[in-house]
Ligand binder design. Structure first.
Ligand code: ADP
Length: 218
């Protein structure tokens, strides 16, 4: 099975992608994580990427498409969950081409919906552990000791793009580019939408209903 999750920054895509890949047999492809890994390597591509990500802009399509192809080559024959990819129509069209070249097709394109005010609140309060990747939120899900990861004891950090001005830019990019995926996937008859309000477990339940119905159909 191939599934895409899209939605504005802060909707909880990464969290749900982790929960879904634990619950079902998905290999997760997180474009944001892969791009941040490239940046941490300070490779020529990583240095180029910083100019985009640190301003809240999308990375160039040729770079992200190349990363997706490499990933699919390595994971042929597995169920894949795409988190944060595609983010515009060009990426969506290319994903379809790439996937069909591998003899596959997308089954579910899920939009996670949340209003702008709530998104900003979630993102400005977000913090994460650079060691184990665990996410925290000072408003809703704080660590037991401020600034320290409960799981591994490392010092927590803030993502550089979780700064209010950059968050606003990321939300604008979402409205201008990624929102168009709704009609694109509706026309392919694989579009679903969930309300991303509520606890992680509540949202997981709603998404699981969609995935389960799909598995039953097969
Ligand atoms: P969020 O969804 O909360 O913005 P991500 O970690 O998924 O967080 O993405 C962080 C940043 O990585 C985005 O703001 C964008 O600059 C870049 N990025 C992620 N996915 C893509 C993509 N498919 N195409 C281009 N850039 C991307």
């Amino acid at each position: 099975m191939m599934m895409v999750i899209f939605g504005p920054p802060g909707a909880g895509k990464g969290t749900q992608a982790d929960l879904l890949s634990q619950k079902y047999n998905f290999v997760k492809f997180s474009m944001g994580d892969i791009l941040r890994e490239e940046m941490a390597l300070s490779s020529p591509i990583g240095t180029q990427l910083k100019k985009y990500l640190n301003r809240g802009m999308l990375a160039p399509d040729d770079v992200v498409l190349h990363l997706v192809e490499n990933f699919l080559l390595k994971h042929q024959g597995t169920n894949i969950l795409f988190d944060g990819f595609p983010r515009n129509i060009n990426q969506a069209r290319n994903l379809q081409k790439i996937v069909s070249r591998f003899g596959n097709s997308l089954d579910i394109a899920l939009e996670m919906h949340l209003s702008g005010k709530k998104l900003i609140k979630r993102l400005v309060n977000r913090t994460y552990c650079p060691h184990c990747g665990r996410l925290y939120n000072y408003a809703t899900n704080p660590p037991k000791v401020e600034g320290i990861c409960d799981a591994c004891g490392y010092a927590l950090e803030k993502r550089r793009d979780d700064d209010e001005a950059i968050i606003k830019k990321r939300l604008d990019v979402y409205e201008e580019e990624t929102r168009k995926l709704t009609n694109f996937y509706k026309s392919q008859n694989i579009y679903y939408r969930v309300d991303a309000n509520g606890s992680q477990i509540e949202v997981l339940k709603k998404i699981s209903q969609i995935v389960d119905a799909h598995i039953d159909k097969k």
